[in-house]
Structure formats: C-alpha cells, structure tokens
Design a protein around this ligand. Structure first.
Ligand code: PMP
Length: 728
C-alpha cells in the first residue's frame, strides 16, 4: 500500500491563497483545515482542496459526480458545490468547493437521541441516493474499505502487546462476516464526527467524499457507528439510536443487522492499527491522533461486553417489538408483580449496571444479589469451568464442598461451625426452623413485625409481611410478633422480645440483623445482644437471618449481627452468597446439629453441589481480593453523608439511616407528624428509573427508599445518585 500520509501536500497558506486567486479568481485569506492525507484551506465561502500526490484523477472525478448526484437527490442534507474544474498546481490536483455551515458533531455535547437519529437518517438517505450511482473508480482496493480489514491487521504487531488483545478479536469476528449476503453499492464511507456537520440539533451535512468506495452498503453505517460510540457512557445505546433511525429510511436485512456491530468494531480496530502505523510514518501529523484515546476507551468497554449483545440490541430496536408483557401474562403465574410503572426489559448486567434492550444503562442501587457486581468474570468463569467438569449431589466426597464450608465458617465467630448448603434464602430459613424445633422440641417462633423470611408454607406463617399483607390469613397461634425496633418512629426495643420469650413457649427467635422489608431499619445498639440473652434464658434458640445483610455489606463487619455485639445460634444466608447463582446456607453450632441428627436424613439434591461451591468460593475470593467490605464501608458512609446533606434542603426526607451499603431513606409529608409519603416514594422511584437509576420502596408504609446496590458501588455512583435525586 502506498503510504498516502507520506505524500500529503505541504502547501503554505500563502501558496493556497495564491492558487485560489490564480485558478479560481477567489481573493481571501487561507485558513488551514485538518485532513488525514490531503490539504484543505478555508477561504471565506469556499474550501480549497489540495489532493494527495497519490490520488488519481478518476477518484476526484467520482467525488465531483457523486456530489452532483447527491445535491439533486432527496436528502435533508446540504452538499458542497464544486466551483469550476479540477485543476493542477505544484504536482497536485486542486478543487474549489463551497463552504458548508455547521458545527462538527465532535464539538457537540451531549449527543442526544434526536441528534443521533438524524445521523442515521442522513446516512440512510445518502445510501439510498447512491444506489443509482456508479463509477469505475469506486471499484478499488482502498485501505479504509471495511472489506479490506486485513490490510490494517498487518500493523497489529506495532501495537503494544498488552493492547493487541483488545483489537484482535474484532479482526477475528470480521473473518465471519458473510459478505455475499450483504447488498453492495458505492458508499460515502467516512461519517466520522469531524466530517458530520450539525445545525439546529440535527445533522445537516456530510463532508469529504475521499473515502468513497464500492463495498457492502452497511459499511457506511458501521463506520458511522464506530465514531458515534466514542466517548459515550452507553455506546451501544448511542449506536442503537443511529441504527433504528437508519433502518426506518433504508431497512436493513437480517444479515446486515448481524454484520453491523462486527463491522463497526472492525473499523475501530482498523483505526487504531492505522493510527499506530501512520504515526510511525508521519509523527508530525496531529490529525492522525485525533480520536485515538477515546477509541481505546471504547475498545476496553467493548471487551467487557458479551459477544452478541450489541447485535441483539440492534435487532431489537429495528424489528417489531415482541409482546413480552402479553407472553408473560399468558405463561407466568400472575401472583408476581413487575417493578416500575413502565416495566424494564433488561438484557445485560455488568458490575453495578443493568442494561435494557435498547442498550441503555441503569445504575443498579437495589440488586443486592449481584453482590460483587453483575456477571463478575471470576464468578461466571468458576461456574462455567465447574459445570463443564462435574455437577452432582453431595453424596460423594468433594474437595470444593469442604473447602467452601471451611472458608465460610472462617468468617463466623465460634461456635458457628457446622454448615448446611441449600438453594435459597427460603430453604435456609425453613431448615433453620427445623433445626431450632428439633433442638428445643418447641414449635413456637418469635418474629419481628413486618418481617419477611421466605416463600414456603412454614415461612409465610411466620412472616408478618405476608400473613398480615394482601391475601394473608393472619397470625397463626404458634407465632408471636414483637414490634419493629424502629428508632425513627420511637417504638420499644429488646424488652419486647424478653416479654414475648417469658410469656410464651417459643423455640426460636428469628430476626434479620437489620430489617429489610421493614424499611431498611438499623437495629438499636445491642438490640440483638439483649434479645438473644432473653430468648436463651427462656430456652429458645436465636436465628439471625443474614439473607439480605451478609457478606460484607455492613462495611464495618462481614456479618451485620456483629455490629450488634451478638452471636446467634443459627445464621441463615442467601441472595449475595452466590452472586445470582441460586444458593443458600445455614450455619449452626455442633450441639444444634447433633440434635437435628435424629435419624431422619437431610438431603438436598442441589444444595452444596460442586458448581455452587465453586461459585461460593469465587464470591468469597472476590470480596477479599477487591476489598469490597471496605468499599461498602467507604461508599456507604459517603452516600449517607450526601443523602443527609440533601435532606437539609428536601423536607420530604424524614430519615436517612444505614450501615455500609444497606441504606434506607424514609419519606414523610411532615417532619413533625412523620406522616408517611408513600405515593411520593413510588413516584420518585419511577422518576429516578427514567433518569437511569434503579431504586425500590419498602417498609410498613411503603415510604422507605431502599438502597442496597452491588457492593462495588463507588463514590462517583453515590454522587450520581444524589445529583439525580436532587433534581426533585
Ligand atoms: N429472608 C430475607 C430477609 C429475605 O429478604 C428473603 C428474600 N427477600 C428471604 C429470606 C427469602 O430468600 P429467597 O427469596 O432466596 O428464598
């Protein structure tokens, strides 16, 4: 390939002004404009283009004819007009075009959906217009043609070794593009954001036809996408706006939709390869480096994306929406609600973000299950590797089972040393009840008002949240309910448990270590310590439900009960334990385990299987290796400080409380009467969803905003949450 950048013309402003005067009769000062391999000068209402020494006349002729065709076609765009003829000066072809007004897309921030859509429309109109265009010069081997990606790939070795891995997979994916199924035509081929002009918030011109080539038509869009994705928080969502609008003007077939993302990524790969190569050839040309840093940032983001997801998004925004809601109503049990007024269709999770079917990202402040971040690679690879090796039940010896039990108990105080592995929080609490009943011989249970402990028969019977809620059948006789120790609403505390224990014949006191469904309530200091003492005194055992609160979320401690100066007899675990893999655990004392070992076997087909153990181990590793417990402490304190600040000027906020990244914000209509603001809470949650932040409500009065994100949640996430919330 000819190193065209080396043959870029090097005329001075004075030369340019003289050429314009002598050849075209234009008198004006010449201002240089950026260019990769040509030289362009602005002279008032004109642009003088000095072609690269290696550019054949036919290419320039093709551009002139294309401009004439495009100017006559029905597009929303203004095209430069050619003035006079192609001339020669100093061994270069020169042309004069009219100046087109507008602001470079690169200089507009942010790129809102309407602007991106107008780019899609502009390209589709251009591609439609060029369908009827032919020119022999278009059938060339051109180094920027996406069909020629291997020409760029040759420069891969020039990249630092550590970066090649970000690029090479895109060249590999390019190899699988079915070129034979893609309609071909002459394309414009260079919608980078320095060539796209914007007026009044929409794209009004495309400049520089120097990259025109006959190739797969979809390459025109793919090239635009490579640039449209740069510097975007949600690159796929940005691209999807362009694609959807393009598709409405020039419908894309299925093969084109499939090829679009691999081609856009290949364009990026080509760009960084040519950049490194061109830089090695012409280090003085700064234009060559214009979009390099954003390109690398984007390549890093793309490397985190599951293969196929961008194409899935592009298909989704172009093809008629399948009636998911209808299908759900027809096929899924109806006693299950959807979050938000307008439900979300989520197709990807990554770290503390969820992405919907249009590629839009949401900061996830509610999914405490994805504890170490959605789809953490250490967890997914541990699961996949073990799944491919062995998955069976626990009636065989298995190293990972005992390793996991040892690692789990090492996080707990004595005498909590015996582990039962199950498949959910409900199974854990169900088993905990059986252990307590076997140990004490008593059926009765003391629970805290508004608590939820699980979905089984026995647990619905002891969950006031359910038996007192819609469809509930009230409190069964074997259950004693003590009031919530709600500091904000000033109820009595551990004494109520002592009274219940003394009055009844309860075998167990079951309590969350901080109250989730009750409204993110942090127990008063020593509540569990005192309550446990009273219950034991009366012959009961104490169960801490750590399903919501465990595994470092508390920040200062690994287990929330540790903040209470208390040690339970049984701990139940779920949700975060497997980062989304269905797991649960019960850990108890040797004495209680011995009482339960009465001859009746406890077998759980899936509990403790090798895949679950591998996942559980990976979760523990990640918490430790990434310092996530400490992160929960720092980010949680930072967020609470921000929320309390906000409370200073938002009278709706009655209380901000929390421990680590387990946080509640109670909304009230009046700070004196503390009248719960339930509808306001629900409206806020829906508004915040529209702004890209996921929250939920809970509490007896449904007026508490729950914040319990994956514990990779950062201080900048906290800033974003507070900033968006402050908008009202
Ligand atoms: N305990 C608590 C405190 C919970 O919040 C939940 C679930 N919300 C459960 C137990 C039951 O867990 P699972 O849904 O995994 O059965």
């Amino acid at each position: 390939m000819t190193p065209l950048v080396q043959r870029a013309p090097g005329l001075s402003r004075e030369d340019a002004a003289r050429i314009a005067r002598e050849l075209y009769g234009v008198r004006a000062d010449a201002e240089p404009l950026p260019s990769e391999r040509d030289q362009n000068f602005r002279l008032g209402e004109y642009v003088l283009k000095i072609a690269n020494g290696g550019e054949p006349f036919e290419i320039l002729d093709m551009q002139t004819k294309a401009l004439q065709l495009l100017a006559a076609a029905e597009t929303d765009l203004t095209w430069p007009r050619t003035v006079g003829k192609i001339e020669q000066a100093g061994g270069h072809y020169v042309r004069l075009l009219t100046w087109v007004n507008g602001v470079c897309l690169a200089d507009i921030h942010p790129h809102d959906p309407e602007l991106l859509a107008s780019l899609g429309r502009a390209l589709a109109q251009t591609d439609n217009a060029l369908q009827s265009f032919s020119h022999p010069a278009a059938h060339r081997t051109f180094y920027w043609d996406l069909a020629q990606a291997p020409l760029a790939r040759r420069h891969l070795p020039l990249l630092p070794a550590g970066r090649r891995g970000l690029v090479e997979p895109h060249f590999d994916a390019w190899e699988r593009v079915p070129w034979g199924s893609l309609p071909a035509s002459i394309i414009y081929g260079d919608a980078n954001d320095y060539n796209v002009l914007v007026t009044g918030g929409r794209v009004t011109a495309l400049l520089d036809l120097g990259d025109m080539v006959h190739t797969a038509t979809v390459c025109d869009l793919a090239i635009a996408l490579a640039y449209a994705m740069l510097s975007k928080a949600d690159p796929i969502a940005a691209a999807a706006h362009v694609v959807a609008a393009y598709h409405r003007v020039r419908p894309l077939n299925a093969a084109e939709l499939d090829a679009l993302f691999p081609l856009a990524a290949a364009r990026l790969a080509m760009s960084v390869c040519y950049a490194v190569w061109q830089h090695s050839q012409a280090p003085q040309n700064t234009y060559l480096n214009i979009s390099n840093a954003p390109a690398w940032q984007l390549l890093e983001k793309l490397a985190e994306m599951p293969a196929g997801w961008p194409s899935e998004v592009f298909h989704h925004v172009c093809e008629p929406e399948a009636d998911l809601l209808g299908a759900r109503r027809r096929t899924i049990g109806p006693s299950l609600s959807l979050s938000y007024d307008r439900p979300l269709h989520i197709t990807r999770g990554w770290k503390q973000f969820l992405y919907d079917s249009t590629g839009r990202g949401y900061l996830d402040c509610v999914n405490n299950v994805a504890h170490v971040g959605h789809c953490h690679p250490a967890v997914t690879s541990a699961a996949a590797a073990q799944m491919a090796l062995l998955n069976t039940n626990t009636r065989y010896l298995h190293r990972k089972l005992t390793d996991y039990a040892e690692r789990l108990t090492a996080t707990l105080p004595n005498p909590l040393r015996v582990v039962y592995l199950v498949c959910s929080g409900s199974e854990a609490n169900e088993l905990a009840l059986r252990l307590a009943r076997a140990h004490t011989g008593r059926q009765g249970v003391i629970v805290v008002d508004t608590a939820y402990h699980g979905n089984t028969n026995a647990l619905v019977e002891i969950s006031p949240y359910k038996f007192n809620g819609p469809g509930g059948r009230g409190r069964p006789p074997h259950v004693q309910v003590v009031p919530m120790p709600d500091v904000y609403r000033g109820v009595r505390y551990a004494g109520t448990v002592a009274e219940a224990a003394a009055a009844g014949n309860a075998g167990a006191f079951l309590c969350e270590s901080a109250l989730g469904c009750g409204g993110q309530i942090i127990l008063p200091p020593g509540y569990l310590r005192d309550a446990f003492a009273a219950v034991r005194q009366a012959g009961g055992v104490c169960i801490a439900d750590e399903v919501q609160t465990g595994f470092g979320r508390a920040g200062s401690h690994f287990w929330m009960f540790e903040t209470q100066d208390a040690v339970p007899d049984i701990v139940t675990m779920g949700k975060p334990i497997g980062n989304g893999h269905p797991m649960g655990a019960v850990v108890t004392t040797r004495e209680i385990a011995a009482s339960f070992n009465n001859g009746m076997e406890y077998f759980n087909t899936f509990g403790g299987n090798p895949v679950s153990c591998a996942v559980g181990l990976a979760v523990l590793d990640v918490i430790r290796e990434e310092g996530l417990q400490e992160n929960a402490r720092i980010a949680g304190e930072y967020l609470m400080a921000g929320l309390r600040d906000m409370a200073g000027h938002d009278p709706l906020i009655g209380d901000v409380r929390g421990q680590g990244l387990f946080i509640g914000v109670e909304l009230v209509r009046d700070r004196e009467t503390r009248e719960p603001a339930a509808s306001e809470a629900s409206a806020l949650v829906n508004r915040m969803k529209d702004r890209g932040i996921l929250l939920s409500t809970d509490g007896t009065h449904h007026n508490v905003i729950k914040i319990k994100p994956p514990i990779v949640f950062s201080r900048s996430d906290a800033d974003l949450l507070v900033r968006e919330w402050s908008k009202g």
